[in-house]
Design a protein around this ligand. Structure first.
Ligand code: N01
Length: 543
């Protein structure tokens, strides 16, 4: 007979699920990972659009906890492709012998807590059920795609695809008329890869982004050997950095150096590429509006230098918000793409897209005839996967309803009213390079559960007080950054601005990964007091 009862059920077989399974096994928990997809890899299984790759370097976009994996896996690119990360995660699953406890093609539709048995009942799409003492979400933070609110989606007779649902068999774009809606990190990676293949490439831009360009170099054997020898130090540096990257936080304000020196620093970090510019130039590009505007102007100048047509360069330059107002994407020759004669930038801020037509897209009076339309229009970030299924806590409360007027959690890990539900990368966890908080979070979770088991705690569950404290701290930290004013102007996902009807609040913790980790360590050293809700221990009604 198939086994259905476990100590822990983990939803999601991506970075989170693999790390959590490994660490829960270490404390002797009978654990199974379930995933609706047909393969291991989570985000990296699902996202296979052209150009998909990491925008953090492999040395800190990976786990440090397994010496076998570190020593045996061979990275080939500084910023690995999606296919390489997917292969890496499969290697992790094989090398740590995780596969035997992973069930694929098992989509969870509902999970309900039962006070009488103190267990979760997890229901799958086919109606089958599992039960578990602990339910852990590793469902990912940017996994619930959203379509543009443009009428007529079903009318279009060509091929319409969401970037996050790229078909496994691929799409033949050679010589086709391709349209792209959406210029966040996904659209910005798609642009330089699809443009050379397409016959005509139309980029429909509503809000331009500030892009930090980079080169992607092959990993030499010497570099790989050096990383392998220093993995622990690299991970420790990334864990102590606000954004989870192995970079040295800058010490000086952009306002305290003279213009020539400022330009020299901007230029040198721009040449190092990617997030080096955002993190290593000055210490106030994320917290001081004037400093952020100086970085904005430097990037606008770069756009003017790279893009030959002045009108196109002007359109590509953000003017309504400043640098860091949106999650900064890394470009792999993004701006250069606009010098190709068959690449057309359409400004849909001044004249919005009105509808899909049978043959393409209508923008004002003009109909653009297209064979393929790519919607890289983003996600219901941080909460979407958790509110997209029915997670039912104590007294029948559904998580979606609890969060309808605002997110409440303790450190993004646990929610009052939802005993023994633990979230990897829940909302209100750090805005960060994600493998770092995933690994640290999985290890913290395993220690917390081990403590609960050894001390026979009835359950791990956020107290109401801790939720209020964390909501206030998340709000305070967010408001201290330029992401607050600029993110609202730019309709950034980290402020919930991209989903109609979503409460406008910080979806992520902006106070720094290292600060967040200290809060987690404090909770641990206090015996998880803020995760021991008294409600659970209420006295049963007498008969
Ligand atoms: O989505 P987004 P994404 N008409 O929400 C546009 C991670 N990620 O998938 O700004 C016209 O950033 C919208 O326009 P506007 C990363 O954390 C990581 O690109 O609202 N346009 C915007 O341009 C990232 O931040 C990696 O005016 C419409 C775009 O769609 C997050 O995922 C790679 C529209 C959405 O941008 C999300 O990135 C990829 C409409 N009706 C993603 N509706 C790497 O690490 C929406 N848009 C490499």
């Amino acid at each position: 007979m198939t086994k259905t009862d476990y100590d822990a059920v983990v939803i999601g077989a991506g970075f989170s699920g693999l790390a959590i399974l490994h660490h829960l096994r270490e404390i002797g928990l009978d654990t199974v990972v379930v995933d609706g997809a047909d393969g291991i890899g989570g985000t990296w299984w699902i996202n296979r659009y052209p150009g998909v790759r990491t925008d953090s370097e492999f040395s800190y976009y990976s786990f440090s906890f397994s010496k076998e994996v570190r020593d045996e896996w061979v990275w080939t690119e500084r910023y690995p492709s999606g296919a390489e990360v997917l292969a890496y995660l499969n290697f992790v699953a094989d090398r740590l012998d995780l596969r035997k406890d992973i069930l694929l093609g098992r989509y969870v539709t509902r999970a309900e807590w039962d006070d009488d048995t103190s267990r979760w009942t997890i229901t799958f799409g086919d109606g089958s059920v599992f039960t578990a003492k602990y339910l852990v979400s590793g469902m990912g933070v940017l996994s619930q795609p959203i379509w543009p609110d443009i009428p007529g989606k079903d009318v279009f007779q060509g091929q319409l695809v969401h970037a996050a649902r790229w078909p496994r068999e691929g799409i033949d774009l050679a010589g086709k008329r391709v349209g792209l809606i959406g210029l966040g990190a996904s659209g910005i990676q798609i642009t330089p890869v699809v443009a050379p293949e397409a016959g005509e490439f139309y980029v429909f831009q509503r809000t331009p982004n500030f892009i930090v360009e980079t080169n992607n170099d092959p990993v030499t054997p010497e570099h790989l050997a050096e990383v392998r020898a220093n993995y622990d130090e690299i991970f420790a540096r990334a864990a102590s950095h606000p954004f989870g990257v192995d970079m040295v936080p800058a010490e000086h304000s952009a306002l305290e150096v003279d213009p020539e020196e400022r330009e020299r620093i901007f230029e040198s970090k721009w040449n190092e590429g990617g997030f080096h510019f955002a993190n290593e130039c000055f210490n106030d590009l994320a917290v001081n509006h004037e400093a952020s505007e100086l970085a904005s102007e430097f990037i606008r100048k770069k756009i003017r230098e790279i893009v030959q047509d002045p009108a196109t360069a002007d359109l590509l330059s953000p003017k309504t918000y400043s640098f860091n107002g949106k999650r900064v994407p890394t470009g792999f020759r993004y701006y250069d793409t606009f010098n190709l004669p068959h690449v057309h930038l359409i400004d849909t801020a001044s004249t919005p897209i009105t509808e899909f037509t049978e043959r393409g897209l209508r923008v004002g009076e003009t109909e653009y005839e297209l064979d393929v339309i790519i919607a890289a229009t983003g996600f219901d970030a941080m909460t979407g996967t958790l509110t997209g299924i029915d997670i039912v806590g104590r007294d029948g409360v559904v998580l979606r309803d609890k969060w309808a007027s605002g997110i409440r959690s303790n450190l993004g890990i646990s929610v009052n009213g939802f005993p023994n539900l633990l979230l990897s990368l829940g909302p209100q966890t750090p805005y960060s390079n994600l493998p770092v908080p995933i690994q640290l979070g999985a290890q913290w979770m395993a220690r917390a559960i081990d403590f609960a088991e050894k001390n026979e705690l009835p359950a791990l569950e956020a107290t109401k007080e801790s939720e209020e404290w964390w909501a206030q701290e998340t709000d305070r930290a967010g408001k201290a950054t330029v992401m607050y004013s600029e993110g609202q102007k730019a309709k950034a996902w980290f402020f919930g601005e991209n989903v109609p009807g979503k409460p406008h609040e910080f979806q992520v913790y902006m106070g720094g990964g290292q600060v967040y980790q200290q809060f987690c360590r404090d909770a641990e050293s206090e015996g998880y007091r803020s995760f021991r809700a008294p409600e659970f221990e209420r006295v049963p009604e007498t008969v």
